[in-house]
Design a protein. Structure first.
Length: 255
């Protein structure tokens, strides 16, 4: 056969160097697709050989209402399945909860708090930056809680709009929800109900509003948080709780 035929049908250097165009069958990887759809991906949780899982609660806690996309949020429908998985995973022996939140949906925050408090595995929380509003019961829900020296916590009454309450029915509903918050915090920390309510309804601490800001050591002095410390102290305490649980489980099996 004519040799020119082969030369004509052989790809040129330009054709060889030219990248292939994507066809309909070429799909991006699941990771790339997730980034394109959600604008985010899972942050690596410590190392693969670690027995501790790190759960971050940052920004505003999003509940029944979806917040604008520019808001930094923690979605409670994402947190709850994670907590179920943590409870079921035998490789995870302890949970570190890192908070830097302005608060948010009260019912969603209480749901997260109740689930954290019901975990059978040791849990330690640490407030970095801020653990405001409904972030307070989340911080107290763990077996032991830390707060950074410069971190703050804002304690204030439950409110719908921040200024006024519309109708008596709404007031009764918010009043009952507020009691749920007070009961949970006082049950899972060392602060008394009287002291917590005094902080909640204090006047003059927040400009033209009721409530109190507590910083670092003040939160410990009130009995709201167990200790002042950073990530190192929190991990040391968590490992201590894990060792105690292993020891108790072993003693129970021997008996």
């Amino acid at each position: 056969m004519d040799q020119n035929f082969f030369r004509m049908n052989q790809p040129t250097n330009e054709q060889q160097d030219k990248p292939k165009e994507n066809t309909k069958d070429d799909k991006p990887s699941p990771l790339v697709e997730k980034i394109q759809q959600l604008g985010q991906t899972n942050v690596p949780q410590l190392s693969n050989d670690s027995n501790i899982h790190c759960l971050t609660i940052v920004g505003q806690i999003e509940g029944h209402m979806q917040l604008p996309p520019q808001n930094k949020t923690t979605k409670y429908e994402h947190i709850i399945p994670q907590l179920v998985a943590i409870e079921q995973n035998p490789k995870i022996e302890g949970l570190l909860v890192v908070l830097n939140t302005v608060g948010g949906d009260v019912e969603a925050g209480l749901a997260i708090s109740e689930m954290l408090a019901s975990l059978s595995k040791p849990t330690v929380s640490i407030v970095l930056g801020g653990g405001h509003s409904i972030g307070v019961p989340i911080a107290t829900s763990c077996n032991f809680s830390f707060i950074a020296e410069t971190a703050t916590m804002t304690i204030h009454p439950v409110r719908l709009t921040g200024l006024v309450i519309g109708v008596p029915q709404t007031f009764e509903y918010l009043d009952k929800m507020q009691d749920r918050v007070v009961n949970f915090v006082t049950k899972h920390s060392n602060i008394s109900e009287e002291d917590f309510k005094n902080l909640m309804f204090a006047k003059g601490n927040l400009t033209r509003d009721i409530g109190t800001n507590v910083v670092g050591q003040d939160a410990v002095n009130y009995g709201l948080i167990d200790g002042v410390g950073g990530v190192g102290a929190a991990l040391r305490k968590l490992n201590e709780l894990i060792d105690m649980k292993k020891s108790n489980d072993t003693d129970g099996m021997i008996q």
